[in-house]
Design a protein around this ligand. Structure first.
Ligand code: COI
Length: 368
């Protein structure tokens, strides 16, 4: 791909940018540029551009507005201890993006082209990568179907890819000790069923999740926990992040982190995979095993399950302190506060991402 660079526009003045970077929040403010490219049947991917961040002009009949043909990714650029900027496992996001695209009958993007688009944007907007602890530059690559056609015989024949960026703190706020979440067991709604799009990072999955998330908030919870579609018993994931349980033997033996196995009904999180691989290096066993809500409650009552945490690119690692469900069902996990295994994993993962710790799996991808 050859990229046309049109970086002009009206970048935010330094002082205003610094003010934003001091407390960026999550997904509220966007950097000065974005990278776009287009796909059509004749030319494949073409027209790669770096342009000022701004509105897209689209035909109202574009397929995405009607049939929701869209997929996206979430990833972060981290300011390293030595001032450099690095992405975390961007090749893994590139591969997942292409799996999502395939499920939605959209064209894949060559890994190198995907990485070039990210690098171009991060390099251009490097002044937007915040420096203080717990902050990063969140990157949102996305692809939409742009064919101006309402027929539903075949998928769109034209697509737009765009990646833009937003300075961010962790989804649930900054701070060395994250606030424990209260979660809601969703039995009225399901996120995904076998054969569906649950393993794809598709906008439609998130659209369908809002009703359950709204219910969770109305019940005084932070996030929804999705259960399987058939029995509403088996834990799958949370709203936009994966879920881990910590089982700690009372005799002080090796703790074990357990997360539901990957099926086509849950998203294969990059953070999830990173933790399963990192845990053994910290003398923690990592396992994929089904967990029913009854067993989760029972293991908490018996003191065998001492912690739980959500993980994802945006969420990082967020402890879960309390579980609520229909019929006044409610229980505490451990003492409801962030536990030592959760905090140790979080500290190590962030240490790798910010270049403070050795990178045993070569996950850190230096950009500039
Ligand atoms: C991410 O963690 O990157 C996501 O896309 C989750 C979203 C709910 C912010």
């Amino acid at each position: 791909m050859t990229w046309d660079l049109h970086p002009a526009g009206h970048p935010l003045p330094d002082a205003e940018r610094q003010e934003i970077l001091a407390a960026p929040g999550f997904g509220q403010v966007f950097t000065d540029h974005m990278v776009t490219m287009r796909w059509d049947e004749g030319r494949g991917w073409h027209d790669g551009r770096l342009v000022p961040y701004g509105p897209l002009s689209l035909d109202p009949s574009s397929s995405v507005f009607h049939y929701g043909q869209e997929c996206f990714e979430g990833m972060k650029a981290y300011r390293q201890e030595n001032g450099a900027i690095a992405l975390f496992r961007p090749g893994t996001n590139a591969a997942r993006f292409n799996r999502s695209a395939e499920r939605l009958a959209m064209p894949g993007i060559p890994r190198e082209t995907f990485l070039q688009a990210l690098e171009l944007l991060v390099t251009q907007d490097s002044a937007w990568v915040p420096e203080q602890e717990g902050t990063s530059l969140y990157l949102r690559p996305m692809m939409i179907a742009t064919q101006p056609e309402l027929g539903f015989t075949l998928p769109s024949r034209s697509y737009l890819f765009c990646v833009f960026a937003s300075p961010a703190t962790a989804y649930f706020g900054a701070g060395a000790t994250p606030r424990p979440l209260t979660v809601w067991l969703s039995e009225d709604y399901t996120r995904a069923a076998p054969g569906g799009t649950g393993a794809a990072k598709a906008g439609g999955n998130y659209a369908a999740a809002f009703a359950a998330q709204r219910q969770a908030v109305a019940e005084g919870c932070d996030q929804v926990v999705w259960l399987d579609a058939a029995e509403h018993r088996w834990v799958e994931e949370m709203g936009g992040m994966n879920l881990f349980f910590v089982l700690a033997p009372k005799d002080g033996g090796r703790p074990r982190i357990v997360t539901p196995p990957l099926t086509d009904t849950l998203l294969p999180g990059v953070t999830r995979d990173s933790l399963l691989r990192l845990a053994p290096l910290l003398d923690i066993d990592g396992d994929e095993a089904p967990m029913s809500t009854d067993r989760w409650q029972r293991l908490c009552a018996s003191g065998e399950l001492t912690e739980a945490f959500a993980c994802g690119t945006a969420a990082v690692i967020a402890p879960v302190g309390k579980v609520k469900g229909a019929g006044d069902r409610e229980w505490l996990i451990g003492d409801g506060r962030p536990g030592p295994v959760t905090l140790r994993l979080r500290e190590h993962l962030l240490g790798i991402q910010y270049g403070r710790r050795p990178d045993p799996f070569s996950w850190v991808h230096k950009v500039c």
